[in-house]
Design a protein around this ligand. Structure first.
Ligand code: FDA
Length: 500
């Protein structure tokens, strides 16, 4: 509460924040986590905490009066609909050239994401983060992260028979028949629970079209793993529906942190300041970068270097869909958790790792949907707008062209070999590529550039960055395992050398 003095304050409760909270509390340090979103532990009038993707209500989106679905059209007709303005779980944050999707709530992106827990390719990891000892990462921190996240694998025999993965088997077989290799994707969704869903033995979540607006069952989100373990130490304090708006050095050491308490319609209910000896920024690539760029521009954190705000990328994300032949149904029942990816990363002319994504509409659509991760070289930066006080992102939609080019190599080939075509009615009217959105914001406060090699902000002792903003715009796979493992590495160092 207002005027408190705490030893350690963590801003944000996604992967970086949850790792930080667990390791600090285990080290005996009383830790306060501040999260702008809701706690998501209370069922609504329908008995569920979260809404599904077929009938999104106010719980779906962060402070919008209309949904903003990643696929905004069907047969070229807009599918978004009015909703009540509410502090919902998924934010579609609009910058001029890109919509950045992010989770809002205790657990951050883990509440809304597809649960795909993918280890980055070691060679590529060494390329993007050359200052990090890859041996230590692959020997110690990746395994530590995967264990604490509760990663599990689909039973291949069950996968072959389950109706809910017909769509994935079809896309996989088409990829193989076109000369591409595929791989199973580990997950933090409990596949044993999913098998029970398929057998009609439990309430459906992945098989109930639940994912981007939260899962009522089955998913090992951070509130059930890292954050639950941190709470069990008895040293964790969580404050939700509070947004951190400023961080500045305090007289006599530590930091003064300014918070605005939000009501469920986004109204500012209260403003508070607390003093923290140490502050761990884990507000995500966008949240942390925006805060630091604003603090630098307004002189509140004068020690920040010029690299702050730079090096942002969208992990090369583009989405695309193909129309299958009528004799190749994808199934009306689809698991919302992807289980297979097309791995064409080794193609030097255009590396692609494409997840075979569900289209869980409840009807047969014959659609094969993909989220492609590519090696897009373009980067953008966050810029403070002195006129509005807002922070903009310089990314332009055209910067996605290299991603489209790389993904086209794969999907043009599949279409040619399978005699199929792209769907052009899902991302707009006559628009093939979903190129104006990302699920994977990365960078803005890059490790060993804006911070030291462990996330410390030079010039401001006791101020750290712990989240996806440390990763320079790309990981080549879905990013949360990389973010988690890097946070494990950094917090271990910080606890052993900086904390008494
Ligand atoms: P993250 O965004 O998780 O957490 C930051 C938290 O800080 C949020 O809870 C936010 O509300 C809070 N916050 C921000 N600003 C604040 C402020 N000023 N004050 C207080 N709180 C603040 N990745 C993957 O590996 N596999 C997958 O399957 C998917 N699928 C996927 C689907 C969808 C729909 C999305 C949106 C994203 C994914 N991702 C994914 C991406 C993954 O979820 C993402 O990379 C991580 O959540 C990022 O972790 P961070 O810790 O960096 O931030």
């Amino acid at each position: 509460s207002d005027g408190d003095h705490v030893p350690a304050l963590v801003v944000g409760s996604g992967y970086g924040g949850a790792v930080t909270a667990l390791r600090l509390t285990q080290a005996g340090i009383a830790t306060s986590v501040v999260e702008m979103g809701m706690a998501w532990n209370t069922p609504g009038p329908d008995g569920n905490v979260f809404c599904d993707m077929i009938k999104p209500d106010q719980r779906s989106f962060w402070l919008r009066t209309r949904t903003d679905q990643p696929l905004g059209y069907f047969l070229g007709i807009p599918v978004n609909k009015p909703i009540g303005r509410y502090t919902g779980v998924l934010d579609s944050e609009a910058f001029s050239g890109i919509r950045v999707y992010q989770g809002r709530g205790l657990g951050g992106g883990s509440l809304v994401n597809g649960a795909m827990a993918v280890l980055p390719k070691r060679e590529y990891f060494e390329e993007i983060l050359p200052s990090v000892d890859a041996d230590a990462m692959y020997r110690t921190y990746f395994p530590r992260a995967m264990a604490a996240l509760g990663v599990n694998n689909v039973d291949p025999a069950w996968f072959e028979s389950a109706a809910c993965y017909r769509y994935a088997r079809l896309s996989r077989d088409e990829a193989h028949a076109s000369g591409y290799r595929t791989t199973f994707i580990p997950s933090v969704y409990d596949f044993a629970y999913m098998a029970q869903e398929q057998a009609n033995a439990v309430a459906r979540s992945a098989l109930g079209s639940e994912v981007i607006y939260g899962n009522n069952h089955g998913k090992r989100s951070l509130d059930k793993t890292y954050l639950a373990a941190a709470a069990a130490t008895g040293r964790l304090t969580v404050t939700t529906q509070h947004v951190v708006t400023a961080v500045a050095p305090a007289n006599g050491g530590g930091y003064v942190v300014t918070l605005t308490q939000l009501g469920t319609t986004g109204d500012a209910v209260n403003t508070k300041t607390v003093r923290a000896d140490r502050v761990f920024l884990a507000a995500g690539s966008v949240g942390t970068s925006k805060l630091l760029v604003a603090m630098k521009a307004t002189g509140k954190l004068p020690g920040l270097g010029d690299a702050v705000g730079h090096g942002w990328g969208n992990n090369g994300n583009v989405m695309v869909a193909r129309a299958n032949h009528v004799w190749q149904p994808t199934g009306s029942l689809q698991s919302a958790m992807p289980a297979v990816g097309i791995d064409n990363w080794a193609d030097p002319a255009g590396p692609v790792f494409a997840e075979i994504a569900p289209f869980p509409s409840g009807n047969e659509t014959w659609i094969s949907l993909y989220l492609a991760i590519t090696k897009n070289p373009h980067r953008a930066r966050f810029v403070y707008n002195a006129g509005t006080g807002a922070v903009d992102l310089t990314w332009r939609t055209e910067q996605n062209q290299p991603s489209i080019d790389a993904a086209s190599r794969v999907f043009d080939t599949i279409n040619r070999r399978q005699a199929t075509i792209y769907r052009s009615d899902l991302f707009g009217v006559c628009k093939v590529w979903g190129d104006d959105l990302t699920y994977h914001p990365l960078g803005g406060c890059v490790l060993d550039q804006a911070t030291d090699n462990y996330g410390r902000l030079p010039g401001h002792p006791g101020l750290y960055v712990m989240d996806g903003s440390l990763i320079p715009g790309s990981t080549g796979v879905n990013p949360f395992v990389t973010i988690t493992a890097l946070a494990e590495r950094n917090i271990e160092k910080i606890i052993s050398t900086d904390l008494p």
